[in-house]
Write a protein that binds this ligand. Structure first.
Ligand SMILES: C[S@@+](CC[C@H](N)C(=O)[O-])C[C@H]1O[C@@H](n2cnc3c(N)ncnc32)[C@H](O)[C@@H]1O
Length: 203
């Protein structure tokens, strides 16, 4: 597996889509807020938006942890981080270009991680899940989230020629995948209009 080639393909795919990313699905904010609620964060917590894109989830994440909390958005595509900056998301969080497989954080420091739209774009999901588990406190929650139903997402990826690993969120695969990565699947919501696999960091 050539990870750097995969990351280069991911960047190429998302660079051309970064500008106006949120304009294409303007009604998704309610689902993002709901997904953040499922992480059961507390004021003062530290959280990550893994594969943050334009930083849409950074707004409810900041709301959940309050002014004393710490919010990091990390994304591999520089154009997405520029879009986040254009939308003012750097005033409520730290937004950085980076790989979720190599997080610039110490062990056991975050209380929650949202991974929205991310897992199908990871060629090594177990490696990334392990890295996220490394920085998560025992009992921290990980939300593998999509504001669209799984089957519709697969169809969207196919129609756009995305280099996607949709098997990563298959209902039969997600539990074992999370377990290999250091998380216990607490709940799977594989609904027609959204997907949420909620994992808890093993203690
Ligand atoms: C479908 S977009 C979702 C963006 C945002 N989370 C949202 O829901 O609007 C997937 C994002 O994951 C990012 N990504 C893919 N692989 C990544 C990696 N290894 N590390 C960090 N970000 C990655 C892409 O650059 C892209 O912005």
């Amino acid at each position: 597996m050539n990870l750097s080639r995969d990351l280069a393909q991911t960047r190429e795919f998302f660079t051309s889509r970064a500008e106006g990313w949120e304009d294409r699905h303007p009604d998704d904010d309610v689902l993002f807020s709901w997904a953040v609620d499922q992480l059961r964060l507390s004021p003062g917590d530290a959280v990550i938006d893994a594969g943050c894109g334009s930083g849409r989830a950074l707004v409810p994440l900041r709301g959940a942890v309050g002014p004393q909390g710490a919010v990091l958005g990390i994304d591999a595509t520089p154009a997405m981080i520029r879009e986040a900056a254009r939308l003012g998301r750097q005033s409520i969080s730290v937004c950085a270009v980076g790989d979720v497989g190599r997080l610039p954080l110490r062990d056991n420091c975050v209380a929650g991680i949202l991974a929205a739209g991310l897992l199908p774009h990871l060629p090594d999901p177990v490696g990334a899940l392990r890295e996220m588990a490394r920085v998560a406190q025992p009992g921290a929650r990980l939300g593998v989230f999509h504001p669209i139903g799984r089957l519709a997402l697969v169809a969207r990826h196919q129609s756009r020629g995305a280099h996607a690993h949709d098997m990563n969120i298959d209902p039969h695969r997600i539990g074992p995948l999370l377990a290999e990565g250091g998380w216990t699947l607490e709940h799977l919501d594989d609904a027609d209009d959204h997907y949420l696999a909620l994992g808890m960091r093993n203690g």
